[in-house]
Design a protein around this ligand. Structure first.
Ligand code: G3H
Ligand code: 13P
Ligand code: NA
Ligand code: ZN
Length: 328
């Protein structure tokens, strides 16, 4: 059944678990998530970026989601707009059946330029008012995602701020977080703690200097009842880097967010954990292997089925490690 983000995260907070929010662009990713959720008996957050909506088309995406809800009636399913850039994006998502939207006012509508406080408060508050009228939930973001190592957002997929960011921008301030939630009435708050989108988050295993889980603990101490969201939370596991590189890929060595650091965040109020890159790597790494191992193969299903299984394995692992399993 379709549920809102607020319903799901309230349950997660009461029962001390986190929920992975997996990005979806197509039927195969949707099936992989739901199969893992069924095995784990876990509630689901599926999220679509603006890019995903353009890729599949709003009507197609809306029907895929409804089909998945119908195929898995026992799994609570929240359908969320990832990184909405303005009111129009959020409203059209709701119109197409999304039960939750992110109004990302940490950046201006170009999704490149860090926004100021007033812009972020005004647009997020406006979206929250509109969404709440129709029963949809809203996630806001305070702070800009980017690397504490370099002061820059990871740029390889273009999703995030451009240019140099100050440490002030890269780490959400606890007092400002409290004020922001009070003014906007968001249901969940995405915070910045040194993570960034894409595969190239850290040049070595992150430390307390480059991945500030401590900052999450400070925010949680200030606003214990607010559901926190961690973006850029792929772990970029070594086995997937190796799979890709063993079969013709050329990904430079990189480090993601270790799952044990996310587990620490979940102990401090993190309830939604955004993951896209790990699933992308599981899918395309598997494709590369099949293309190499079975050069005569041209039936796309022979590529898609193992790719879905590889993604399902990633999803199942996160449901188990985040404590989502058993809560559907
Ligand atoms: O925000 C980043 C997500 O990984 C979605 O990426 O905009 O390329 O679909 P995308
Ligand atoms: P990753 O690139 O780390 O998977 O993050 C995804 C994300 O934050 C989507 O909003
Ligand atoms: Na989001
Ligand atoms: Zn994100």
């Amino acid at each position: 059944a379709l549920i809102t983000l607020r319903q799901l995260l309230d349950h997660a907070a009461e029962n001390d678990y986190g929920v992975p929010a997996f990005n979806i662009n197509n039927m195969e990713q949707g099936l992989a998530i739901m199969k893992a959720a069924e095995k784990a008996n876990a509630p689901v957050i599926m999220q679509a970026s603006r890019g995903a909506r353009a890729y599949a088309g709003d009507v197609m995406l809306a029907h895929i989601i409804r089909a998945l809800a119908e195929m898995y009636p026992a799994i609570p399913l929240c359908m969320h707009q990832d990184h909405g850039n303005n009111e129009q994006t959020c409203l059209s998502a709701i119109k197409h059946g999304f039960t939750s939207v992110m109004m990302d006012g940490s950046l201006e509508a170009d999704m490149k330029t860090p926004a100021d406080w007033d812009y972020n408060v005004d647009i997020t508050k406006k979206v929250a008012q509109m969404a709440h009228w129709v029963g949809a939930s809203v996630e806001g973001e305070l702070g800009v995602l980017g690397s504490l190592e370099t002061g820059e957002a990871a740029e390889e997929d273009g999703s995030g701020a451009s240019g140099k960011l100050s440490e002030d921008q890269l780490l959400t301030d606890p007092d400002e977080a409290a004020e922001f939630v009070k003014l906007t009435q968001v249901d969940a708050l995405a915070i910045a703690c040194g993570t960034s989108h894409g595969a190239y988050k850290f040049s070595k295993k992150p430390t307390g200097e480059t991945l500030a889980i401590k900052r999450i603990e400070e925010i949680h101490a200030k606003i214990p009842n607010v559901h926190l969201v961690m973006h850029g939370s792929s772990s970029v596991p070594q086995y997937l880097q190796d799979l890709i590189n063993e079969y013709g890929g050329e990904m430079p060595q990189t480090y993601g967010v270790p799952v044990e650091e996310i587990e620490r965040g979940i102990k401090s109020g993190v309830r939604k954990v955004n993951i896209d890159t790990d699933n992308r790597m599981a899918i395309t790494g598997t494709w590369r292997k099949i293309a190499k191992d079975m050069p005569k193969e041209f039936d796309p299903r022979k590529f898609m089925i193992p790719a879905m299984e590889a993604m399902e394995e990633v999803c199942l692992d996160r449901f188990e490690r985040f404590g989502t399993a058993g809560n559907a």
